[in-house]
Ligand binder design. Sequence first.
Ligand code: FMN
Length: 193
Amino acid sequence: MREHLKLAVIIGSTRHGRFGPTVAGWFADRARKHGDLDVDLIDLAETGLPETLPDHDETAPDPVLALGIRLAAADAYAVVTPEYNHGYPAPLKTAIDWYYDEWKAKPVALVSYGRESGGRHAAAQLREVFGELHAVVVRDGIALDCYWEEFAADGSWPRATAACNTAVKTTLDQLSWWALALREARNTTPYTT
Ligand SMILES: Cc1cc2nc3c(=O)[nH]c(=O)nc-3n(C[C@H](O)[C@H](O)[C@H](O)COP(=O)(O)O)c2cc1C
């Protein structure tokens, strides 16, 4: 049987009182049920990454090395991001910038949330950033407009009728396809450009 694909789901918000873990937990749960993905849920609020990047000749601090192992093990990423002033959070950018080879030739799904824009400005910026890092952002991400309107009566999120429950399958299908294709390609022909 084929080895499961490894998916790292990254919680991009570190804000006090954040909603990010709820979105990421929902996405991770759906990914686990997809059938071919093993999920590693990465919370940037817990990784202890330094805010300041080093010079080229400096050794990476332990938290950077520890997260690097988890990112390197992944065949695919899902980045869960809120939108702050039409951008994505600064700690998420710092986390992305700590690494380079880890992102290469791997697919990324963008799961964004916010007010009416559903985090689309943040997602558009991340698409550009991951292009620079030789990663492949899948076409159909998830954008959650005014997510607070999708609570169920019992307080759970999202309610069963929320559109994201349908959209998530398309995103996971695309992410799995690319993850498998690129894993096979990397194994056959190491990506060295
Ligand atoms: C500093 C700040 C700026 C925000 N700017 C935007 C924005 O430009 N567009 C938007 O749709 N929502 C905006 N919001 C609303 C956030 O998307 C919303 O509060 C979301 O819950 C933030 O994610 P978090 O709770 O995981 O940190 C902003 C929120 C904050 C705190």
